[in-house]
Design a protein around this ligand. Structure first.
Ligand code: SAM
Length: 227
């Protein structure tokens, strides 16, 4: 049985569906671990490239899983799955995949974007998915795992909660509303390190200057100072 790395372990721990699809399955390890542990009844792996498709097929051969060659949700039917994961891709690719067939998406979605994480939170915020939890691996090798559940409008109440502690929605989308509400130590350490690093550089770009200012505002907010 393939062992999952810390990142995929976090993802696996959040999956609740009986029939689960993993888009961009690559080696197929996530579904193999979920099926072997009886955490799901059936798995559907989706790959758009031939070699990873073959790798997933080999890993999942004797398990209750199907491997499909295709682009994202193109090869998933409406009402076919209870939950969905997309891991190890950039946020923009994830948002594109989610946006192509909105009526095929299941109630639970677990995402692990490598970058452009704010765009994933924004997509969910605009499409009736509430961020029910967010987790992360270490400080230097930080991967964020976002857990969403579809509730439809009204909007995700977590951003209202954030407002009540004096932090606005753009900051929540950027750094993660639950990490902020919990005053997550690892996020704070990472931000303090990033602040030190950016301040030590000369000739910062306008974007970096704006980022330093946002981090400074956040770390000196009443919410964080009162911890
Ligand atoms: C970096 S790997 C991540 C693999 C695995 N999910 C993980 O987190 O370890 C991304 C995988 O997604 C696949 N992929 C990228 N875009 C895809 C799409 N639109 N539909 C299906 N698979 C896709 C790639 O072929 C690649 O195998």
């Amino acid at each position: 049985m393939p062992r999952l790395d810390a990142r995929l372990k976090l993802v696996a721990a959040e999956i609740r569906g009986k029939i689960h699809a993993d888009i961009g399955s690559d080696h197929g390890h996530l579904l193999a671990a979920l099926l072997s542990a009886d955490r799901i009844e059936r798995g559907i792996a989706v790959e758009n490239k031939l070699q990873p498709y073959r790798n997933s097929s080999a890993t999942l051969e004797r398990l209750n899983a199907e491997v499909r060659l295709g682009d994202g949700m193109d090869v998933i039917e409406k009402n076919e799955i209870d939950s969905l994961s997309i891991c190890g891709m950039g946020g923009q690719s994830i948002v594109r995949i989610l946006s192509e067939h909105p009526n095929r998406l299941p109630k639970q979605i677990v995402l692990q974007p490598n970058k452009a994480i704010a765009s994933v939170r924004q997509w969910a915020r605009d499409n009736g998915y509430w961020l029910t939890d967010e987790k992360c691996t270490g400080i230097k090798r930080r991967f964020e795992v976002l857990v969403f559940s579809r509730f439809g409008p009204p909007h995700d109440p977590v951003y209202q909660k954030l407002n009540e502690v004096g932090l606005d929605e753009p900051i929540g989308l950027m750094f993660g509303p639950w990490f902020l509400l919990r005053k997550d130590e690892r996020l704070l350490q990472r931000l303090a390190e990033e602040q030190r690093y950016l301040q030590s550089k000369q000739n910062l770009t306008q974007t970096s200057r704006a980022r330093v200012e946002t981090i400074r505002r956040l770390l000196s907010s009443d919410h964080f100072l009162s911890r």
